[in-house]
Write a protein that binds this ligand. Structure first.
Ligand code: NAD
Length: 726
């Protein structure tokens, strides 16, 4: 089956024939540039080259919302171990093929509607011109750095010559997408077409007409030939300008990557150097810079993260009891009970996606404040850093404050986010459940109370589940959908669909202490507290975790969560998991000394207030140091053994969670930790990282830690031969 179609038309007003090459990869929702598609492109170009009287070539796509979604990453992943010469050859082949678009005897135009990223944008920048629709789906990007790579089919060489070095550096090293309008401002797109189909003929026709007009104008004026010439030489830029651009871009990259991601810096260095040579030399330099990144540990880890996320987007939990192919019934009205931190976040996320929300709280003042907070957050404009008044009016209409449980009767879903107390939650369910329709779902956002226990006393426990959001909801992409003993598959399927509608990534987990993420986070946090108690300086522990790539040190995290909350969670986990979680006495000592963390300005650190609306500043505290380790023992471990102490209890607990069937697939653990606690993506996930070490090394690391107790005892999963992600 063919992935392309070639049609012929005439330029408006005569002047020659135009080939229209339409990409439409069979059986896929997006066009991807795999090797078979590249082969086909090559023969299509041969065909056009051989035809007489050609004035131009327009490349377009038949896929709704997608021009080209980049290279085929499954092929990339299969070839990670290829030798350097092979990788260089793959780059050269792509450069040569796309390069034909800028050396053929006719004008070439990319007609873009929808996603145009990676190799797709490289193909487009090799065309003489680009025309795009202003549809919100038209997004252009070089996201290669997000996979630990840089564009290797000419993107880093051709783009700066066309749109200027500074703009191209920002696009390539940042990896972020730009809208068609922004791309037009940058000079990346030459003509913008309304996606409303204003001519009355429809968007695709308008896009093609615009492309044909460009071909006609260019073949008449010959301007495209001059531009080809101009874009083949070095870029004019003074040394001072280059030095300034290099220094500012390097500072931005360092700040964003913390030094853990080599690709953006490699891309910057390449683009600065290659700006001073001609295009052919710049392409060679690009190949040489690409090759060592391909198959590097960070590239492998980030590809794994890509596949984890992709799998989560596609996967739905095997909804037994839901007929195959049928969509779970949508939630149109959600009720959120408890208008505090979590309730407001969940309600705002729902309103943003057009869900009607009934917001309730037992306290009138909390309800009024909460409703305001929801509208404020749901209409926040990132650009202006303030509330968008028009949006606020629109979104306020979706929020209804409700004082009594009876007012929640019309909800398809009720999410409970009240105080963390089983009795309070159960008495709320008792009041609410009888008012609801037979199909309505009740869900709890509890962080520690077993879902099965909360379901006791419900008339319809099959319609009850956990829906565990993370704080702050607006930033955290993960939702744990927790299946209680009697939760039905239909309920799980609807909650999964609802979480996706909110733009979150759901991971379905079985009920159990701490569910998945907190069960794994707690051993890590607790180990940090135990290390501090042994006398390892607080800052040094946090520094070791951050050097590994954690977004925040575990002791700082204690302060952010609140030490009283940590103490409670530690006790719950200890009760459930026994001596595997040995609660650190230091947490209780800090709480007794009224050091509760950020919330009262003192915990493991002191927290000094700064400007209103800004986070407090962290400072070392001599008082905390004394309370934490009254009798420091021996010498301080080196950073590597600190990392081992912190991460191995988390890893072991993850193997136990799998053995307990909390989740069925280790990839769920990796994804949940990356999205739920910010486990460093450049490590690929907890199990992915552990597999890079191998079981033998892990067991050797655990050996000397055995005297510390059960939490370091190797599990069956670790002793079994084969990789953890096998
Ligand atoms: P919060 O204290 O900010 O808000 C709780 C709200 O519930 C308050 O406005 C309170 O007035 C209201 N409330 C209390 N009892 C009520 C009742 N019987 N009926 C109606 N309203 C009642 O608490 P929060 O941090 O938003 O936590 C809410 C739930 O979410 C808890 O179960 C908590 O464990 C869980 N959770 C919290 C976080 C977090 O980081 N804060 C993260 C995940 C889950």
């Amino acid at each position: 089956m063919s992935a392309t179609r070639l049609d012929w038309t005439d330029t408006p007003g005569g002047g020659g024939r135009v080939a229209v090459l339409t990409l439409d990869l069979p059986g896929k929702s997006a066009n991807l540039l795999g090797s078979a598609v590249l082969d086909e492109l090559e023969s299509r170009l041969d065909e056009v080259d051989a035809a007489p009287g050609v004035a131009g070539l327009v490349i377009t796509s038949a896929k709704p919302g997608v021009f080209i979604a980049g290279a085929d990453l499954t092929e990339f992943a299969a070839g990670l171990d290829r030798p350097k010469e092979d990788i260089l050859a793959t780059c050269e082949r792509g450069q040569r093929l796309f390069g034909r678009l800028a050396s053929c005897g006719y004008a070439t135009v990319a007609a873009i509607d929808g996603v145009c990223v990676g190799g797709g944008l490289e193909l487009a920048v090799w065309c003489d011109r680009r025309v795009a629709t202003d549809s919100p789906k038209t997004q252009l990007a070089f996201p290669e750095v997000k996979l630990g790579l840089l564009p290797g089919w000419g993107g880093t060489a051709r783009t700066p010559r066309m749109i200027g070095l500074a703009n191209a550096v920002e696009l390539v090293t940042g990896g972020e997408s730009v809208s068609a309008r922004e791309a037009t401002r940058l000079g990346l797109v030459d003509d913008l077409v309304s996606s409303k189909g204003e001519s009355g003929k429809g968007k695709a026709e308008d896009l093609l007409s615009a492309a044909l007009r460009i071909v006609a104008a260019d073949s008449h004026s010959g301007d495209f030939r001059q531009d080809r010439e101009r874009w083949s030489g070095p870029i004019e830029q003074s040394e001072t300008e280059l030095a300034f651009l290099g220094a500012t871009a390097a500072a931005v990259i360092q700040q964003k990557t913390g030094g853990h991601y080599p690709a953006p810096m490699a891309a910057l260095e390449l683009m600065l150097e290659a700006s001073q040579v001609d295009l052919a030399a710049a392409l060679e330099a690009e190949r040489e810079a690409f090759a060592p990144l391909f198959g590097s540990p960070v590239n492998r880890a980030l590809l794994n993260v890509f596949f984890l996320t992709d799998r989560a987007k596609k996967a739905t939990p095997e909804p037994r009891g839901v007929s195959p192919g049928s969509e779970p019934r949508a939630i149109e009205t959600a009720a959120v009970v408890g208008a505090g931190i979590m309730g407001q976040g969940i309600a705002a996320a729902s309103v943003k996606r057009g869900v009607r929300v009934l917001l309730s709280d037992s306290r009138a003042d909390a309800l009024a404040r909460g409703a305001q907070g929801v509208v404020r957050e749901a209409s926040y404009n990132k650009q202006t850093k303030g509330v968008d008044a028009d949006l606020a009016i629109e979104r306020a209409a979706l929020v209804t404050p409700v004082a009594e449980p009876a007012g929640l009767a019309s909800a398809d879903l009720v999410i409970e986010a009240i105080v963390e107390n089983a009795e309070a939650k159960q008495s709320l369910f008792k009041a609410v459940e009888p008012t609801l329709g037979a199909d309505a779902i009740l869900a709890t956002n509890t962080s520690t109370i077993p879902v099965t226990e909360l379901a006791k006393g419900l008339a319809r426990p099959e319609n009850f589940a956990g829906l565990h959001f993370f704080n702050p909801v607006r930033k955290m992409p993960l939702v744990e959908v927790i299946r209680g003993e009697r939760t039905s598959d239909a309920t799980i399927a609807r909650l999964v669909a609802y979480s996706k509608r909110l733009g979150k990534t759901p991971v379905v987990v079985n009920d159990g202490p701490g569910f998945l993420v907190n069960r794994l986070l707690l051993p890590y946090m607790n180990e940090a507290a135990l290390l501090a108690e042994e006398g390892v300086p607080i800052k040094q522990i946090d520094r070791a975790a951050k050097a590994f790539g954690m977004p925040m040190g575990p002791l700082e995290l204690h302060d952010v969560v609140g030490l009283d909350t940590c103490l409670h969670a530690g006790r719950v986990m200890h009760a459930a998991l026994g001596d595997r979680i040995e609660p650190a006495a230091v947490i209780e000592r800090l709480v007794d000394a009224d050091r509760l963390g950020q919330k009262n300005g003192k915990g493991f650190y002191d927290w000094r207030p700064t400007k209103p609306g800004r986070p407090p500043k962290r400072e070392d505290s001599a008082e905390a140091a004394k309370l934490v380790a009254p009798n420091p023992q021996g010498e301080t471990p080196n950073p590597q053994s600190l990392t081992d102490r912190l991460l191995l209890p988390m890893l072991l607990e993850a193997t136990r969670a799998l053995e307990d069937s909390i989740v069925g697939d280790p990839r769920d653990v990796d994804l949940a930790l990356i999205l739920g606690i910010g486990f460093p993506p450049h490590r690929g996930g907890l199990f992915f990282w552990a597999d890079t070490l191998g079981k033998q090394e892990l067991l050797a690391k655990l050996e000397p830690l055995q005297p510390l107790g059960k939490r370091f005892e190797p599990t069956d999963m670790l002793r079994k031969p084969g990789p953890l992600l096998g």
